[in-house]
Design a protein around this ligand. Structure first.
Ligand code: R5P
Length: 301
């Protein structure tokens, strides 16, 4: 019983230092439980409250999406440059190394394909499987104004309730049907509903006009999807403008993995999200990394 034999009186009580109650600065998340905050801090870098989430969940309704035909080959080299990976459980278990040191945002809704009505989703992943996969957040799609709006809000409620029981935050993904306009009024409506229903993070699209109103009206962190592949300067400009207007980061897929040089592009996006770089400087960064592929192989976050 060496511990008892060598027991000494404690003396470093810092009697002149009041107990510190740590604050948690992430937007709208200060009152959450410790486990929730800890998981959110794995997704959003506590140094700046921002995230670069790499989205690779497209196959859940699109099948083998261009750029994701071989997730096991294409995605692992990009992971050192991401804060979080948004994935289906199938892609995770089959193609992502289990020793990945990045937060996992697990897609939990699905149940349709591009051949049918997109808003017709169900909750496809139970909370116990999400826990087994060590998910840092649960992602669920919400279709405000869509054919199955009510069911998708019900999915959000169910996933949020289950996540709350175990301290796992929910990312609401606002899906926009072809018939809906992606303007600030619509996006403001959709994102606010998601937050009020209890989502801890909301993902939406960028809009050219008044995006700052969308961000301000959403009381929790907002991240933007990249959307369809754009020329690199435009994708970087979109990310830059979204961050300047109040987004807490990006959840970007096609504009990274469909790029000619994905490892260079993810680092350029990272420099906008975390490095305060302008889109023009980030594009220069992209070009120089693209010209020197070995720098992408070995550079680490
Ligand atoms: C939607 O299908 C998925 O949730 C994607 O993760 C999302 O659209 C982000 O990917 P992208 O940047 O390719 O739009």
């Amino acid at each position: 019983m060496a511990d008892i034999e060598n027991l000494q009186d404690g003396k470093n009580f810092y009697l002149d230092v009041p107990h510190r109650n740590p604050t948690f600065e992430l937007k709208g998340c200060g009152s959450l439980e410790w486990g929730m905050k800890n998981r959110l801090a794995r997704i959003f870098d506590p140094r700046d409250g921002r995230t670069l989430m790499l989205a690779i969940d497209h196959g859940y309704f699109q099948g083998p999406t261009t750029g994701l035909e071989r997730i096991d080959v294409v995605i692992p080299p990009l992971l050192p440059f991401a804060d979080a990976l948004m994935s289906t459980r199938g892609a995770l278990r089959s193609s992502i190394p289990a020793d990945v040191q990045r937060a996992i945002v697990l897609r939990t809704s699905g149940g349709q394909s591009i051949l049918k009505e997109l808003s017709n989703e169900l909750v496809a992943v139970d909370i116990d499987d999400a826990i087994r996969l060590n998910a840092s957040a649960l992602a669920v799609q919400v279709y405000i104004g869509g054919v199955h709006e009510h069911e998708s809000i019900r999915n959000l409620s169910r996933v949020t309730n289950e996540g709350n029981r175990y301290g796992i935050p929910t990312l609401a993904v606002t899906g926009v049907g072809k018939e809906l306009t992606r303007d600030a009024r619509y996006l403001g409506l959709a994102t606010r509903i998601c937050a009020e229903m209890g989502a801890h993070v909301v993902k939406t699209y960028f809009c050219e006009k008044d995006f700052e109103r969308v961000a301000a009206g959403c009381p929790v962190p907002l991240v933007i999807a990249g959307g369809k592949k754009l020329p690199e300067p435009e994708a970087l400009q979109m990310a830059y403008r979204a961050i300047q207007a109040g987004a807490a980061g990006v959840d970007m897929g096609r504009n990274i993995f469909q790029c000619e040089a994905p490892a260079a592009m993810i680092q350029a996006v990272r420099s906008v999200v975390h490095g305060q770089e302008t889109a023009a400087r980030a594009y220069e960064h992209y070009l120089s990394l693209k010209a020197e592929p070995r720098s992408c192989e070995y550079a680490q976050r």
